[in-house]
Design a protein around this ligand. Structure first.
Ligand code: 13P
Length: 252
């Protein structure tokens, strides 16, 4: 098993270009080579920052990514950005199906699956998000909800492209709330997700696919979460906007 950890910062709709640039510089200049030996570090700023950031990130070993994309290559889709456009920046990764996109922008399991197929086919890393709401967990539907989300993605991603596939489990009730899933709750869901990957791709591939946890990850809880056998790193929201917190999570 050779799963390299990932710590990814999802900046969401935060920072203007100047503030974002300052934050990016601070992260790049304080990440150590030893950090990157153990862990891939990815930054997902707003789209308009990408072209500016590519020069800062070049040669740093960090990965630059986008927070969304469209699954079509080009055409009459006003306001959308395609995978070939992202590739031309060039960015290397894309977050897909974040719960905020599902909640506010009508993202469905089907569109997330189409996007995951397009991203991995084009050779970019897809971080496909899944996660249940509090109501679904209370109704004991969380395993089924996550299975439906993940299965739609893996049905569309070819076995030959799974080196580009990352799953992020982000329980909606833990995002931006300060309430983290316990290490046991997270591990239990990650093991469930890995079993779905095994059904689709077989054990060898399933054991290579990274599964990240997201939802109120902080320097204080990162080590315990990342210590679980099926948790391969984190997708970080709020704490990725403060360089010192983000760096401490990387070191955890
Ligand atoms: P927080 O870390 O702010 O809870 O956000 C998690 C998240 O949504 C990352 O994609």
């Amino acid at each position: 098993m050779t799963r390299k950890r990932i710590v990814a910062g999802n900046w969401k709709m935060n920072t203007d270009l100047q503030d974002g640039y300052t934050l990016m510089k601070e992260i790049v200049s304080n990440v150590h080579v030893e950090d990157l030996d153990k862990c891939e570090v990815m930054i997902f700023p707003p789209y308009i920052h990408l072209k500016t950031f590519i020069n800062t990130i070049n040669g740093s070993g960090l990965v630059l990514g986008a927070q969304n994309c469209h699954y079509e290559e080009s055409g009459a889709y006003t306001g959308e950005v395609s995978v070939p456009m992202l590739k031309s920046v060039p960015v290397e990764a894309v977050i897909l199906g974040h719960s905020e996109r599902r909640q506010y922008f009508n993202e469905t399991n089907e569109t997330v699956g189409l996007k995951a197929e397009a991203v991995t086919r084009n050779g970019l890393i897809a971080i496909a998000c899944c996660g249940e709401t509090l109501e679904q967990r209370k109704a004991d539907q969380h395993f089924d909800v996550v299975a439906a989300q993940v299965n739609e993605v893996i049905a569309k991603v070819e076995a030959g492209n799974t080196d580009k596939l990352v799953i992020a489990y982000e329980p909606v009730w833990a995002i931006g709330t300060g309430v983290t899933a316990s290490a046991e709750q997270a591990q239990e869901m990650h093991a469930h997700i890995r079993s779905l990957l095994e059904v689709r791709y077989g054990a060898a591939i399933a054991n290579e696919i990274r599964i990240l946890y997201g939802g109120s990850v902080k320097p204080a809880n990162a080590e315990e979460l990342f210590g679980q056998p099926d948790i391969d790193g984190g997708l970080i929201g709020g704490a990725s906007l403060k360089a010192s917190d983000f760096l401490n999570i990387i070191r955890a």
